[in-house]
Design a protein around this ligand. Structure first.
Ligand SMILES: [Zn+2]
Length: 344
C-alpha cells in the first residue's frame, strides 16, 4: 500500500515537473560551448596514427610476454611507459623519477607478484587540487603454453591513447595553454585479474577523491566489431550519463565539434546482458560517485586470444577516437565551472 501511494505521488509530481526538466536539459546542453577550438584542433593534431602505431607495436611485442600482472613482461612495459613520460618531461605526482604506485603482493590475488600502476600528471594552473583522471590498464593475460597473448587492442590501444593525449596536453602547456585543472595519466595494473589496480588507487588515492572531477577510462579502442564492419566510424560510450548529465553533453559536444564519430550507447543500457559498465576500471571510480566515461570498441574474434595482434588495429580510427577523448578532457579540465556530478 505504501509503495503504491509513493508511486502515485511521484507520478503527479513528475507530470508537473516535466516541462521544467526538459528546459533544464536544454539549458545544460546550450551552456556547453567550446572556446579556443582552433587551439584544441592544433594540439589534437599532435595525436598521430603513426605514433599510436609505434607505441602499440612496442607494448604488444613478444619482448613484453603478454604483460601479465607482476611478471617481467609487464614490468618491462611499465618501464617503457615511465621512460616515455621522463622523455616528454611530464612529471610524476609522486615526485622525482618515481612514477610507480607500488601494489604489494598481499593486495593481489594469490599467485601474483607485486606490481605497479604508472602515474604521471600535468599540474593545473588555476585549480591544481581538482583533477581529471584519464586511465587505461596496461596489463594483459601473459603467456599460455609458450604462446604470447599480445593484447594489442586489449589494451595497448588504450595505453597508447593516454600517452598521446599526455603529449598533446604537454605541447599545449609549452605553448602557454596549461590546463586549469590537473590532468592525471593513470596506467593501471591487475585489470584482467579483477580491477585490482583501480581498486588499489581508490583505496590509496594520490589526489583527493572528493576533488577528482571525472574519470575517462579507455579499454580497447583500436578495432572494429562485426556490427560496424560496414560503418567503422564509431565508438561505444558507456556510463557517460549515469553520474553526470553534464559530462554526457560535454562528450557529445566534443564529438560534434571535433570528431563526428557515431557514438553508440547500446552497451550503456541498464539491462545490457554484457554488463560492460561493471567490467573495466572506471567502475571503481563510479562506485565513489565520480563521473565516468568508458570508451570501448566492442568485442571481436581476437578478444583475449593470441591473435589480438598489432597489425589488426585501424590506426586512423584509433587516432580519431583518441582525439575525442582529448577534446572531452580539454573541456572538463578547462571549463570555468567544475563539472557537476548530478543527473537530470
Ligand atoms: Zn581490457
Amino acid at each position: 500500500m505504501k509503495v503504491l501511494l509513493v508511486v502515485s505521488v511521484l507520478t503527479i509530481v513528475g507530470a508537473c515537473a516535466h516541462k521544467r526538466h526538459s528546459e533544464k536539459l536544454a539549458d545544460l546542453k546550450d551552456g556547453i560551448r567550446f572556446e579556443q577550438e582552433n587551439h584544441i584542433s592544433e594540439f589534437a593534431s599532435t595525436i598521430k596514427a603513426s605514433d599510436l602505431k609505434s607505441i602499440v607495436y612496442e607494448l604488444s611485442s613478444n619482448d613484453n610476454e603478454g604483460r601479465k600482472t607482476g611478471t617481467y613482461g609487464h614490468n618491462r612495459a611499465s618501464k617503457f611507459i615511465k621512460d616515455y613520460y621522463i622523455k616528454k618531461q611530464i612529471a610524476s605526482p609522486l615526485g622525482g623519477e618515481n612514477y610507480y604506485q607500488s601494489i604489494p603482493k598481499s593486495f593481489l590475488s594469490k599467485d601474483f607478484n607485486s606490481s605497479q600502476n604508472v602515474i604521471a600528471y600535468i599540474k593545473g594552473s588555476e585549480f591544481p587540487e581538482e583533477v581529471l583522471i584519464i586511465s587505461a590498464h596496461s596489463d594483459h593475460l601473459g603467456m599460455e603454453n609458450n604462446i604470447v597473448n599480445p593484447g594489442a587492442d586489449d589494451n595497448a590501444s588504450g595505453t597508447a591513447a593516454i600517452m598521446e593525449i599526455a603529449e598533446a596536453f604537454k605541447t599545449a602547456q609549452l605553448n602557454g595553454f596549461t590546463p586549469k585543472r590537473s590532468i592525471v595519466f593513470l596506467h593501471l595494473t591487475g585489470e584482467e585479474e579483477g580491477l585490482y589496480g583501480s581498486r588499489y588507487y581508490i583505496e590509496h588515492p594520490v589526489f583527493s577523491l572528493n576533488n577528482t572531477v571525472a574519470n575517462l577510462n579507455i579499454d580497447m579502442i583500436g578495432r572494429i566489431d562485426d556490427r560496424h564492419k560496414d560503418n567503422p566510424n564509431y565508438i561505444y560510450l558507456i556510463g557517460s550519463d549515469r553520474i553526470s548529465t553534464e559530462l554526457h553533453y560535454i562528450s557529445e559536444e566534443a564529438n560534434a565539434e571535433f570528431t563526428q564519430l557515431d557514438l553508440d550507447y547500446r552497451y550503456n543500457a541498464e539491462n545490457d546482458p554484457n554488463r560492460y559498465y561493471y567490467r573495466s576500471d572506471h567502475y571503481n571510480f563510479a562506485q565513489m560517485g565520480i563521473p565516468v566515461i568508458f570508451y570501448f570498441n566492442g568485442e571481436h574474434e581476437d578478444y583475449h586470444q593470441p591473435s589480438d595482434t598489432a597489425d589488426k588495429l585501424n590506426y586512423d580510427l584509433l587516432e580519431k577516437r583518441t582525439k575525442l577523448i582529448f577534446a572531452t578532457a580539454w573541456y572538463v579540465a578547462n571549463n570555468t565551472q567544475r563539472l557537476v556530478p548530478e543527473t537530470l
